[in-house]
Design a binder for this molecule. Structure first.
Ligand SMILES: Nc1ncnc2c1ncn2[C@@H]1O[C@H](COP(=O)(O)OP(=O)(O)OP(=O)(O)O)[C@@H](O)[C@H]1O
Length: 300
C-alpha cells in the first residue's frame, strides 16, 4: 500500500539553520504524534508536507504526490490547522467557514455542519472577534476538517482548549483515524497524547530520535516499571525490592526492570504477605521523551 505521507532523507536549511536533518519516515492511516522541544523542526516538516516550503535535500510525498510540484492535486484532500490560527474578526463563524469551503471548492452547506461537530453551532452567527481562544481554535479545527481530508496536519491543536474540549477534540481525531484518515499532530502536551496516538515520532533539533508505538518505545528504552503498593500494616514491604519511596497515602513505590516485572509480581502476590493494593505504572511518554533526548545528547 502506498503511504499517505513519506519523507525520505529530508533536510531543510534556512541559511545557517538546519531546521530538519536527514529525516525519513512513512505514515499510514491512523493518529501519529510529532513531539519535540521548541524549534525541533515540527512546523517545518508540516510546511514541507503542505508544499509551502521545499526540502533542501530529500523527497516528500503526500498521497503519492510531491507537494512542492506546481500541480499538487492532493492539496484538496489535505486539512491543516496552523499553530497560530488567525481569522477575520469581522466575519461570523458561519461566514468564515463558508469562505474556506468555497476556497477549497467544497459544498458550503455540508461544511457548515462542522460547526456543530466542534461545538460552535450556537455561536455560528457571532463575529469571530468575540470568540474566546478555545472557540477560535475549534473554528480552526472545523476549517481543517472541510471536505473530509485524507490527511490532516494539526500543529499544536489543543493549545487554548480546556480539558473538556481537549477530550472532545481527541474523540474527533479518533473518529477520523478510524475512518481511514492519516492524522499527524504536533504537541508539547505529552501526557494527553498517551494512549491517544498510535505512534509517536520524537524530534530533537531537527533530527528524528525515536519512532514507534508507545509499547515499542518502552521496549527500546527499557526504563523501569514502577510498582506502587500499600501493605496491610502500612510498612514498606517486600524483601528484595529495595527501600521504596513513599508515594503518599501510605503507599510506597518501587522501581523494577521491565524484564523482572512478572517474576516480581508473581512473588509479591503469591508470597506470604501479599500487598493490600498494587498499581503497576509503565514509563510515561514524558519519561520516554526525556530518555530519548538524554540518549541523543550523550551520543552527540
Ligand atoms: N523561515 C525561517 N527562517 C529561518 N529560520 C527558520 C524559519 N522557519 C523555521 N526556522 C528555524 O528552524 C528551526 C525549527 O523551527 P520549527 O518552527 O520547525 O520548530 P517547531 O518544532 O515547530 O517549534 P515550536 O514547538 O516552537 O513550534 C528553528 O530553529 C527555527 O528558528
Amino acid at each position: 500500500m502506498k503511504h499517505a505521507i513519506a519523507l525520505s532523507g529530508v533536510t531543510k536549511r534556512f541559511g545557517a539553520v538546519e531546521a530538519v536533518r536527514d529525516v525519513s519516515f512513512a505514515l499510514s492511516p491512523g493518529a501519529v504524534a510529532l513531539v519535540g522541544h521548541n524549534g525541533a523542526g515540527k512546523t517545518t516538516m508540516m510546511k514541507m508536507m503542505l508544499g509551502l516550503i521545499r526540502p533542501t535535500q530529500g523527497t516528500v510525498s503526500v498521497l503519492g504526490e510531491n507537494p512542492a510540484a506546481g500541480q499538487f492535486q492532493a492539496r484538496r484532500r489535505l486539512g491543516y490547522l496552523p499553530e497560530n490560527v488567525s481569522f477575520n474578526a469581522a466575519l461570523t463563524g458561519r461566514e468564515t467557514l463558508a469562505f474556506y469551503a468555497r476556497l477549497k471548492g467544497e459544498p458550503v452547506r455540508q461544511s457548515l455542519d462542522l460547526l456543530d461537530k466542534v461545538g460552535l453551532g450556537a455561536a455560528a452567527s457571532r463575529r469571530v472577534g468575540t470568540y474566546s481562544k478555545g472557540m477560535r481554535q475549534r473554528l480552526g479545527l472545523a476549517q481543517a476538517l472541510i471536505g473530509q481530508p485524507a490527511v490532516l496536519l494539526l500543529d499544536e491543536p489543543t493549545t487554548g482548549l480546556d480539558p473538556a474540549l481537549r477530550l472532545s477534540f481527541y474523540e474527533i481525531v479518533r473518529e477520523l483515524a478510524a475512518g481511514g484518515a492519516t492524522v499527524l499532530l504536533s504537541s508539547h502536551a505529552l501526557s494527553e497524547l498517551e494512549e491517544r496516538a498510535e505512534r509517536v515520532i520524537i524530534m530533537d533539533r531537527g533530527r528524528m530520535v525515536a519512532d514507534g508505538s508507545l509499547d515499542e518505545l518502552r521496549r527500546i528504552a527499557r526504563l523501569p516499571v514502577r510498582l506502587r503498593m500499600r501493605t496491610a500494616d502500612g510498612q514498606p514491604a517486600a524483601a528484595g525490592l529495595g527501600p521504596g519511596r513513599p508515594a503518599g497515602d501510605g503507599a510506597f513505590e518501587y522501581e523494577v526492570q521491565p524484564e523482572r516485572k512478572m517474576e516480581t509480581l508473581g512473588s509479591l502476590l503469591c508470597g506470604g504477605c501479599p500487598p493490600a493494593d498494587l498499581d503497576v505504572i509503565p514509563p510515561s511518554l514524558d519519561e520516554l521523551y526525556a530518555h530519548f533526548l538524554r540518549e541523543r545528547q550523550s551520543a552527540a
